[in-house]
Design a protein around this ligand. Structure first.
Ligand code: URA
Length: 230
């Protein structure tokens, strides 16, 4: 339904009043000010006028999944098992992934129906550190550290990656903290040295750590303190 129609159906507003409320940016839908009268609203949209909640919308949901290997970070896939197939929840079509992982990458994956929250989390300006445990085919050299700090030029996006923090753990293993989430970013960074990533596991996203009690394929709801920490 159109937003202006929804509002003028409420007993407290007439059409003229609604026009004014929209023009003065006093109406928010899912937390975002909306001025467009034709904006489409649904029964699950959260609608506020000034500080008054006029429709609560659907409950917001947040989950942490220990993503196993061999599973796609997508909501639907014609061929492969998706991360949503691992969730035993109603209305799964309402959920989306906040920060995808590759098919064989394991570890912390966040799933929600709160678009504002996931946008904040994934937009590059937030600079949320993502921490990965990495195992490689070839030996990881000390000289890698400086290059990860300097950044890698990605021709496709025409950008240089933000400084990344590499800690060498063994001849073929390291912990890497990056603040972006470019396509295949970690693999492309190690690819610069012709060093293939053999295992990739996300341990942290900002203040959130993968719950060690979760086995691959298991998930749990986030606690309020975890939701608010991001
Ligand atoms: N970087 C990658 O190359 N793959 C992932 O899954 C995540 C980060």
């Amino acid at each position: 339904m159109r937003l202006d129609r929804f509002l003028s159906n409420l007993p407290c507003y007439n059409r003229q009043h609604v026009r004014l409320l929209l023009a003065e940016r006093r109406v928010r839908v899912d937390g975002i000010p909306v001025t467009e009268p034709r904006h489409d609203v649904r029964e699950f949209s959260r609608i506020e006028v000034d500080d008054q909640l006029v429709q609560a919308g659907r409950p917001l949901r947040y989950f942490m999944l220990h993503k196993p290997a061999g599973c796609v970070s997508a909501t639907v896939d014609p061929q492969h098992r998706t991360v949503l197939d691992l969730l035993d929840e109603p209305d799964k079509h309402d959920l989306h992934i906040a920060g995808r992982l590759d098919y064989n990458t394991t570890g912390l994956l966040l799933i929600t129906n709160d678009g504002l929250w996931s946008r904040r989390l994934t937009q590059p300006q937030t600079k949320l550190p993502k921490v990965y445990y990495v195992e490689t085919e070839q030996v990881i050299g000390e000289h890698y550290i400086e290059k990860f700090r300097e950044g890698f030029y990605f021709a496709f996006e025409d950008l240089t990656t933000q400084p990344a923090d590499l800690t060498i753990l063994g001849t073929h293993s390291a912990r890497l903290s990056i603040v972006e989430g470019r396509y295949h970013q970690v693999k492309r960074m190690f690819g610069f040295f012709d060093n293939k990533v053999m295992r990739l596991h996300r341990e942290h996203m900002g203040p959130l750590q993968l719950d060690p009690a979760l086995q691959p394929g298991e998930y749990r709801a986030l606690r309020p303190d975890e939701i608010n920490a991001l």
